[in-house]
Design a protein around this ligand. Structure first.
Ligand code: F6P
Length: 546
């Protein structure tokens, strides 16, 4: 399979060489139906990849690559609950978390759906009780503030979604998110809150993560300081796969929400890790979010690769990363409430595909996951787009936009959309030196001035973007967007031959941090450390003692 894959990649490289001289301007000029040919709709969702440097032959070769790598077989294995996370010997079934009642999904011969549905119902009941005021704090007050303590996948999903879904949040309920072990985070989040009206959710798949446990203890102290030890039970709940550790923390059964080892942390928003979101937007809206994810699962499972949106997203990413050699990928939502979407996708993509050995432990023979980054437009335009337009690196980007905003503030949505569309056009078309000079002359510059300035005002163009358009950023759409990117990441991992579902790369830093904690506290010596680390610790100690 590897030889066949590499042969296809060679063909893609040769194909790139053959079409490299043809600009996107020319591709559009030569084909009045290019947009229709290189875009896919799934009811109100549109994926437009016509502003990338692809032709029909590119798509055919990319699809052949996917088939050669048995993307469809691996996809079916994932949905069927096979243990495709081989280094952890686990199934990968976040898709089960959004499957409807009636589905039957087996892990080790046992249907996981009854447990999934029971836990979903338990979370929904709890959320409803908090929202309605049936469940009160220790002093009889209604909860107004929900604090989720977690990090990575136990934080980024609900934190991102709470912002994205703010129009759907119940009045009088506010979500807060504490993740960093920096004591400033928990302090700043808790300081303005009233403990009597605060519900704390401790979310951790393992329930051993240092940051989360430290912050949970700090929040517990804060609560006990105000309301006493006996209030803890009424103000805390835990979300985890580690029942023993939750019990050891002192949490009762009815305050424990479970998920399972076949849910990766970065894929856990669909599980009870979404409890804070469920409380904020309500179980019905959370169900719409799950339904949106499930709709994409069905599309991914059944649509031919040629019109399969996540497959195309993944394949175009391969084209950019492995054939054109682009190192990063920008996510540019023209939707302010997706302000944490790029951060969320960073974990999803970079923790999944930031690997350099294959599933069988051999070094990979090609580049794997790109650096993923981004910020909402139009803010980014006034910060880093200069480099995107004229920098020496080419950065492929996704531009996301909603047709219908939640708020109609003057003509601002039209202005927002015009900017999103203009950027896509500018990245694609660029501006030639002759066009720049002509514009300068028209603006009254002399021929000499135009000559001098026009190189600076030239835009190379041919910078690829994909547009993702949806009606409105509602719960269903958010579920769809996340699931699209999850499957994109999956496809790429299959083609690269890596395991997208482990994350051993975060372990070394954790181990070294544990070793350094006593050293930084002054309880252990620095003799065994390298010179730089020793020097830094001495410098910090000197500053701290003055
Ligand atoms: O950073 C590593 C990691 O294991 C992530 O994969 C995970 O989302 C995060 O830590 C938090 O882990 P936990 O949910 O177990 O606290």
């Amino acid at each position: 399979m590897t030889a066949a894959r590499d042969a296809l990649l060679d063909r893609l490289s040769a194909h790139r060489a053959a079409i490299e001289g043809v600009s996107m301007r020319r591709l559009f000029a030569d084909d009045s139906r290019r947009f229709e040919r290189f875009s896919v709709t799934l009811d109100d969702l549109l994926f437009d990849y016509s502003k990338t440097r692809v032709t029909a032959e590119t798509v055919a070769l990319l699809v052949a690559l996917a088939r050669t790598c048995d993307v469809e077989g691996r996809r079916d294995a994932m949905f069927a609950g096979e243990k495709i996370n081989t280094t952890e010997d686990r199934a990968v079934l976040h898709t089960a978390l959004r499957a409807p009642a009636g589905a039957r999904i087996l892990v080790d011969g046992r249907d996981v759906m009854p447990d999934v549905l029971a836990e979903r119902a338990k979370a929904a009941d709890f959320a409803e009780a908090v929202r309605s005021g049936a469940l009160l704090g220790a002093t009889g007050e209604k909860f107004t503030d929900i604090v989720n303590i977690g990090i990575g996948g136990s934080d980024l999903g609900p934190a991102m979604a709470a912002i994205a879904m703010s129009p759907y949040a119940q009045d009088g309920l506010t979500g807060h998110f504490v993740s960093n072990v920096d004591g400033a985070h928990v302090t700043d989040v808790l300081r303005p809150l009233d403990p009597a009206r605060t519900l704390v959710l401790v979310a951790s798949k393992t329930f051993t993560t240092l940051e989360t446990m430290s912050n949970a203890h700090a929040a517990r102290q804060w609560l006990v300081g105000a309301l006493g030890e006996e209030a803890v039970g009424a103000h805390f709940a835990a979300i985890s796969t580690n029942v023993e550790a939750v019990e050891a923390f002192g949490m009762s059964e009815d305050r424990m929400f479970r998920f399972w080892d076949w849910v990766g942390g970065r894929y856990s928003i669909w599980s009870v890790v979404g409890l804070s979101l469920t409380i904020l937007i309500g179980p019905d809206a959370f169900q719409s979010f799950l339904d949106g994810g499930h709709e994409i699962d069905e599309h991914f499972r059944t649509a031919p690769l040629e019109t399969n949106i996540p497959a195309l997203m993944g394949l175009i990413g391969i084209w950019h990363r492995n054939v054109w050699g682009y190192d990063t990928h920008a996510v540019l939502p023209y939707d302010q409430r997706l302000s944490r979407f790029a951060a969320y996708l960073q974990q999803l993509d970079m923790e999944s595909n930031g690997k350099s050995v294959t599933r069988s432990g051999q070094p990979v023979s090609m580049k794997t996951g790109p650096i993923v980054w981004g910020e909402p437009g139009t803010n980014g335009q006034h910060a880093f787009y200069q480099l995107l337009h004229q920098g020496a690196d080419i950065v492929p980007a996704d531009i996301l936009m909603a047709a219908v905003p939640h708020e109609h503030v003057g003509d601002q949505h039209a202005v927002l959309l015009a900017n999103a569309l203009a950027q896509g056009e500018a990245f694609m078309r660029g501006r030639t030196t002759a066009e720049a000079a002509e514009q300068l002359i028209k603006a009254g510059k002399s021929a000499g001035e135009a000559d001098a300035l026009s190189p600076h005002k030239t835009f190379p163009g041919d910078r690829p973007t994909c547009a993702i358009v949806y009606r409105t950023l509602d719960p269903r759409t958010l579920g769809r967007l996340i699931a699209l990117y999850e499957h994109k990441v999956f496809i790429q991992g299959v083609i690269w031959g890596i395991n997208s579902f482990d994350q051993w790369g975060v372990e070394l830093g954790k181990e070294l941090a544990s070793r350094l904690i006593p050293v930084v506290k002054g309880d252990a010596g620095t003799e065994a450390l390298d010179g730089s680390t020793r020097g830094l610790i001495a410098h910090i100690a000197a500053l701290a003692s003055n």
